[in-house]
Design a protein around this ligand. Sequence first.
Ligand code: UDP
Length: 353
Amino acid sequence: MEENGFVLVTGGAGFIGSHTCLDLLEKGYGIIVIDSFLNSYPKSLERVKQILRSKNLTFKDKIFIYQGSLKNKDFILRVFNESEKNGCRIDSVIHFAGLKSVKDSIKNPLNYYEENVLSTINLLYVMNLFACKIIVFSSSATIFKPFENKLINEECQIESINPYASTKIFIERILNDLHISDKKNWKIMNLRYFNPIGAHSSGALGESPKGLSHNLFPLIMECAIKKNFTLKIFGKNWPTKDGTCIRDYIHVMDLAEGHIKALEFLRKNEPTIINLNLGTGIGTSVVDLIKVFENTNKENLSFLFTDRRKGDLPFLVADNKYAKDLLNWTPLRSLEQMCKDGWNWKLKNPNGY
Ligand code: UDP
């Protein structure tokens, strides 16, 4: 595997990043992780090692961790230089690092443009310098303007509805321009995630936001663990079967596997830029998710209906045919599995890492 060089994973200690790091190491890849730990914990990577040890898998000389910010170009240069000197040349990047709260992005747009867009420019600048031209980028399904209740394919119209979405759209455009500037070398995949939930089946790895998350699944778990917490459902008169919004929830391990398939595809194929939607293609309403969680885990949740949340959309579900065909990838884990694994993680780590 190492004739391929190491994979740099930015934001590797975060929710999707840590699950992907585990999968990369299990598959024998060598990785360099950069994380600022602004919204993540070093402990997630300790847990990755713990899971590998429990499976008798070795990770010696396969993982190197750097704490630092991509806002600092000199820091990125140092990581690339040191890795090369140590015989761990970086030949590809999975770029997760970035801020991800829609709410915060509306309050602090400059922060979002700096942390997401500027940091990515710095990263790409250094990659260019080191002739490292393979990148899998964490984009998001929030960039789409859905058309009625139709599945969202890669051709669907793109429209920004908040600064967070804008940062993802700008980065995709920058990557597109970069590819045009050097079509013979750049290999780029923009992965538009739908709603990743669940956790690793061991319960040792999961989502651990700093502060209270605003997303539905972490709040469902919060509600299940703290008996005095009432979940607010935003709107009950949406044009959907039960009046609540529909999303495409995908197990974080299926998403992690999608990243590795994306990386392998780029490594094997000619230079290209590809946009890909990663979801299950299955729509689940807020009420559906609550019911499946309750039934799977034998828990009762307290919830009430409130007003719609500003900027919400009734229906966001992937058409994942292109991803399935191109990557030979299929999301395997059911909604029940997502609820079971998420709850197992929460019970074992009620306060996160
Ligand atoms: N939602 C809700 N109550 C909450 C948080 C979310 O009813 O406390 C709903 C929200 O309106 C949306 C769905 O759950 O329809 C998923 O929301 P989330 O923020 O998790 O993901 P996104 O809206 O970004 O897809």
